[in-house]
Design a protein around this ligand. Structure first.
Ligand code: GDD
Length: 346
């Protein structure tokens, strides 16, 4: 916040990764709270907004997570009160194809922005978007003190980002903390993630535009929350007296199979599952048609275990409780895909 004659008293927030799902919801939340919001983008927009598109809730500022000096200039220019680092590659399978890029952005990118903040705005507050992928698999819900061990280049790079945030907090005394985010979804989720993949396919099948949906491991268990809810937890973390890390999760385990059943159910289609392993299918209970098949090529290796979080500490200390239930989240995503696709077909 700035004070003095003619200078804005509004809080200023800088968001990296502002063009992603979480960036959208966070910028909107902060703008509604009266912040001046600046979003870091790498390139000039190629096109102007069409009439029906919402204007972004932030001012664009040009910088790149690979370019330390660009982050320094942008922090020097904005003098943010709060910095939210949401930038990075977020698709786990893609991190095997681009492991070096993943390390540059998801690991060293965090170091670059922390260094830029330390040198140019050490009084600012910093939030790192960390992930459940930093934890060692466990049958128990994962909490802030759970053992950490990673299984893919994405998790390994994020683990570096997590620890360097802790290091800067503990050694330089910066207000820097990590939100350990479990899977979080919305109508703005990319189609490469399983939730939107299922929702978009269910809608196309419902509208007669697709016959079958192929999925990988139906037994994979995730703790799916709402991105709109989770950005609220991020903001709450930067309003605390002391910087601390928090697990942000719902605590509810659901399989991919359950997500698919709920998505089709939201369209009035009830699925009947039969068979096992790679031979498992789901039929429309009414018509008997096979709507979902397993494709072994979509399985991940090493095989994944259950990933569920324990949100107790965030509830107790931040007063954070998700507003969405599992079913309301699934319905929101499906309804949004239905109205978008119906519009396209008009
Ligand atoms: N993407 C995808 N496609 N996943 C599938 C499919 C499929 O066809 N079939 C089964 N799955 C399973 C995956 O194996 C995984 O267990 C689960 O669905 C969720 O996969 P994703 O939606 O791709 O997300 P993720 O869990 O790998 O990662 C997301 O959540 C992390 C936080 O827990 C990402 O948002 C990460 O960036 C984030 O850190």
């Amino acid at each position: 916040m700035k004070s003095g004659c003619g200078v804005s008293m509004k809080k200023r927030a800088l968001i990296t990764g502002v063009e992603g799902q979480d960036g959208y919801y966070l910028a909107r939340l902060l703008a509604r709270k009266g912040y001046e919001v600046f979003g870091v983008v790498r390139k000039k927009a190629r096109r102007s907004l069409s009439g029906s598109e919402e204007a972004p809730a932030y001012e664009r500022i040009y910088a790149d997570m690979m370019e330390f000096s660009s982050l320094c200039s942008c922090i020097r220019e904005i003098r943010p009160d709060e910095i939210y680092n949401l930038a990075g590659l977020s698709e786990v399978p893609l991190s095997w194809k681009q492991p070096i890029f993943t390390a540059h952005v998801n690991a060293l990118g965090v170091l670059r922005i922390l260094e830029a903040m330390r040198l140019c705005a050490p009084e600012a507050r910093f939030l790192q978007s960390s992930t459940s992928e930093i934890f060692a698999p466990s049958a128990q819900p994962l909490h802030e003190g759970s053992a950490m061990a990673t299984r893919n280049p994405y998790g390994t790079a994020k683990l570096y980002g997590h620890w360097i945030t802790t290091n800067y907090r503990e050694s330089y005394g910066l207000f820097a903390c990590a939100a350990i985010l479990f899977n979080h979804e919305s109508p703005r989720r990319g189609i490469e993630f399983v939730t939107r993949k299922i929702s978009a396919a269910a809608v196309r099948i419902y509208l007669g535009r697709q016959k079958v949906l192929e999925l990988g491991n139906l037994d994979a268990v995730r703790d799916w929350g709402s991105a709109e809810d989770y950005v609220r937890a991020m903001w709450l973390m930067l309003q605390q007296e002391r910087p601390e890390d928090f697990v942000v999760a719902t605590g509810e385990p659901h399989t991919v199979r359950e997500f698919a059943s709920a998505a089709f159910h939201a369209l009035g289609i009830d699925l009947a599952w039969e068979g096992e392993g790679f031979a498992e299918t789901a039929r429309d209970q009414r018509t008997g048609e096979v709507l979902i098949r397993v494709n072994p090529a979509l399985y991940r290796f090493p095989k994944e275990d259950v990933i569920v979080g324990n949100p107790a500490r965030a509830a107790r200390k931040l007063g954070f409780l998700p507003a969405h239930s599992f079913h309301s989240l699934v319905e929101e995503i499906v309804k949004s895909d239905l109205s978008a696709l119906s519009e396209d077909l008009r």
